[in-house]
Write a protein that binds this ligand. Structure first.
Ligand SMILES: [Zn+2]
Length: 287
């Protein structure tokens, strides 16, 4: 019983049943003695327990390996997203930033309004003192009286200008107050939604870690059924073709690159021999 001539060999057991591999088995399973033991286990399981027999070629096993790798990759991708979402989200950061800036603007407007009110009140007091002196009769010198009148006019002009500024400042204060209130409300809503999602994200993160661990164990177990030559072909196809390393033949075409495969290669694929597409190096399996 030489390895190259073997058509069906027993390579192991999975949760789904006994794996019966087509083609040349992995080196650690080529011992005749080992095959006899597995044959006995196979007969016992199939006859007594009615176990399911899976006939798989190396290409079939690589296809399953690819499925496991795809699941691991997708789970890791989602895990990265979940970890990112568990940190403060961009939306929450933006809402917090907006609320903080709106508060700063509001505070500046409030300060400006207060300063204008104080200045205006100082000017009014000064005007009142000037008018008191003007009409009190204590100042008789015409030049001095004229100076007081000029100063009062100047104070009135300045007061009028300040009143305009104050009106503008009051309008700006009201607007910034509305903006700050809206920004605070938005922050509250975004924060509440973020907190609500945290619980489910934490749960999902734990589940994903468990799934990845289980898939890794499954992958390691699965690799014991794969020959080093097959694994090298798989890794080479991944390097050259990306994640879709094992693809089915569709008619006579490689479904990876759509190029027609020669009839002799189609036959090899159908016989379960590990075959790669001449054009894209992907491993081919029957449809
Ligand atoms: Zn191809």
């Amino acid at each position: 019983m030489k390895g190259e001539r073997w058509i069906h060999v027993f390579t192991g057991m999975t949760s789904k049943g006994i794996v019966l591999t087509r083609g040349i088995p992995p080196p650690h399973l080529r011992s005749v003695h080992f095959q006899h033991i597995l044959a006995l286990i196979y007969c016992f399981h199939s006859a007594v327990l009615g176990a399911k027999i899976l006939v798989m070629s190396q290409a079939d096993l690589l296809y399953r390996l690819q499925q496991i790798d795809d699941e691991i990759r997708e789970s890791k991708k989602r895990l990265a997203q979940v970890i990112k979402l568990r940190k403060e989200s961009t939306i929450l950061e933006a809402a917090r930033d907006k609320a903080q800036k709106s508060d700063e603007v509001l505070s500046k407007c409030r300060g400006k309004q207060k300063a204008l009110n104080l200045e205006l009140s100082g000017l009014n007091e000064k005007s009142m003192r000037g008018e008191t002196r003007l009409y009190s009769g204590t100042v008789r010198n015409p030049k001095e009286l004229e100076d007081i009148q000029h100063e009062l006019e100047s104070l009135r002009r300045r007061s009028s200008g300040l009143e305009d500024e104050l009106i503008d400042a009051m309008i700006m204060f009201e607007e910034s107050e509305e903006e700050a209130s809206a920004a605070a409300q938005e922050l509250e809503t975004v924060e509440a939604s973020w907190k609500h999602n945290q619980a489910s994200l934490k749960e999902e993160q734990a589940e994903l870690i468990e799934i990845i661990n289980q898939l890794t164990i499954q992958r390691n177990h699965h690799l014991t059924l794969v020959t080093s030559e097959s694994l090298a072909a798989y890794e080479n196809a991944i390097r050259r073709a990306g994640s879709m390393a094992v693809v089915p033949l569709k008619g006579r075409r490689c479904s990876g690159c759509r190029v027609t495969v020669p009839a002799n290669l189609v036959k090899l694929v159908e016989d379960g021999t590990l075959t790669t597409c001449d054009n894209c190096t992907r491993i081919l399996i029957p449809t």
